[in-house]
Write a protein that binds this ligand. Structure first.
Ligand code: 5AD
Ligand code: SF4
Length: 433
């Protein structure tokens, strides 16, 4: 979601005539896109803002903007804490960032208005974050904003507002533009993407075939699915549409009914487990990943054991584990944050280690098998290797050079680690011009 917003801002700035540079030292404008989901993320951003002060002291003309969730949350409080910040740009205003930069030349700007407006599509040749100029092989497409769920711990609904879906036609036009620019894989994004188009006429299961047929698009993914919104039609779309990848991110958050209820999640442990069975029956090749929060207020050892047993039972392909972080203004903030820090930490470590082992075992079972990889770019660690992902979202590193970028290749898995597979030299299946 944030990478997508950054791409939108990069596109808007490019359209306004700006060019991307590699460091703050070279920049005339520095824009920080921020996350407020956990306190730790916010602290890191305040650290970066602090470090930029020195750059600004040396070059007073530098314009510094803080954008996104932290801007929305703290508003002018950002400038109260760091007066060298010139722009505070809320979650609904990032599409207007170029205007705000111009206004900031006359004096500081704080804009956290919530007009409910949808941001423009990143249809200009935006820089794909981390991939240099121009489009990459893969791209995010934001298909909805906001969230109507009220998970007790989560600050997102208060910062991003209610759910709004972009019209299907507009999404398709954007995907066509991306495909013409060389994008081969798109990931449709929303906080709760499985409820896309709740008001109709086109739901996610209807949107998937519309984008899958766009010429040049080889793969379609979607993120993030709230468990109770995943229905039969969506599973049929994954199973039945060639381009739609066999991968679903399905945050469970906790394994005990007591915690799920306290968190305000709208499903029980059994319902979640049944859904996992249903998904695996409908799509046997599917990979499932999840998010888990440990140390939510009132979480006992017995509650945590149920999370452990759920993770053991489901055997997720990968999992993102977090320590509960109290966020002011959420319902959970009214509860005592009563799990001691050391207990949260040890639960987190235990769960991460367990998931690492499971991911390793699942990846190891692929050794010797053939997988289809879309090559995305050079490997970060080794310039003689390229990296990409399998259909089910596993990262693969294999020998090869830049000429393979954008190609679909069949690769034999030679080695497996918990996060990455190593592939043998590949048979090129299709070279995309
Ligand atoms: N504390 C810890 N983790 C959180 N998440 C959301 N809010 C919080 C919080 N207050 C996690 C959830 C969500 C992921 C994006 O971040 O697991 O799925
Ligand atoms: Fe937050 Fe829950 Fe909405 Fe996800 S579904 S963004 S965790 S409120």
């Amino acid at each position: 979601m944030n990478a997508c917003d950054s791409a939108i801002m990069a596109g808007v700035m490019q359209e306004a005539g700006y060019e991307r540079v590699d460091s703050a030292e070279e920049a005339d404008v520095v824009l920080l896109n921020t996350c407020s989901v956990r306190q730790h993320a916010e602290e890191r951003v305040f650290g970066v803002i602090g470090a930029l002060k020195e750059v600004k002291n040396r070059r007073p003309g530098l314009i510094i903007g803080v954008c996104g969730c932290m801007a929305q949350r703290h508003g002018s409080g950002i400038r109260a804490r760091a007066s060298h910040v010139d722009i505070v740009c809320g979650t609904d205003r990032m599409g207007r960032i170029a205007e705000l930069v111009e206004r900031a030349r006359e004096g500081a700007v704080v804009d956290t208005g919530s007009s409910g407006e949808m941001p423009p599509s990143p249809t200009m040749p935006v820089a794909n974050p981390g991939r240099g100029e121009g489009y990459g092989v893969t791209s995010f497409v934001s298909i909805m904003r906001g969230c109507n769920n009220r998970c007790a711990y989560c600050i997102v609904p208060s910062l991003r507002g209610p759910e709004r879906s972009r019209p299907a036609g507009e999404v398709v036009v954007e995907v066509e533009q991306l495909a013409r620019a060389g994008v081969r894989e798109i990931t449709l994004l929303g906080q709760n993407v499985a409820s896309y188009g709740r008001e109709g006429p086109v739901r996610l299961a209807g949107l998937l075939p519309m984008v899958a047929v766009v010429e040049g698009i080889k793969r379609v993914r979607f993120l993030t699915s709230y468990p109770s919104d995943v229905g039969r039609e969506l599973l049929d779309a994954i199973a039945g549409i060639e381009e739609v990848c066999e991968y679903i991110h399905l945050p469970v958050q906790a394994g005990s009914d007591r915690m799920l209820k306290a968190m305000g999640r709208r499903y029980t442990r059994d319902e979640y487990l049944r859904l996992v069975d249903e998904i695996r029956t409908a799509v046997p090749e599917v990979a499932i990943s999840t998010d888990v929060i440990v140390g939510f207020p009132g979480e006992t050892g017995a509650d945590f054991d149920e999370t452990v047993s759920l993770v053991e039972k489901v055997r997720f392909d990968s999992g993102y584990m977090f320590k509960y972080s109290e966020r002011e203004g959420t319902r959970a903030a009214d509860l005592a944050d009563d799990v001691p820090a050391a207990v949260k930490q040890s639960r987190l470590v235990q769960l991460i280690e367990m998931q690492r082992q499971i991911s390793l075992e699942r990846n190891s079972s692929l050794v010797g098998r053939m997988v289809e990889v879309l090559v995305e770019g050079p490997s970060e660690k080794d310039r003689d290797m390229v990296s990409g992902r399998t259909r089910d979202h596993r990262m693969v590193v294999l020998p090869g050079g830049d000429d393979m970028i954008g190609s679909l290749v069949d690769v034999r898995v030679a080695e497996a680690g918990p996060w990455t597979l190593i592939g043998e030299p590949a048979e090129r299946k299709e070279l995309v011009p």
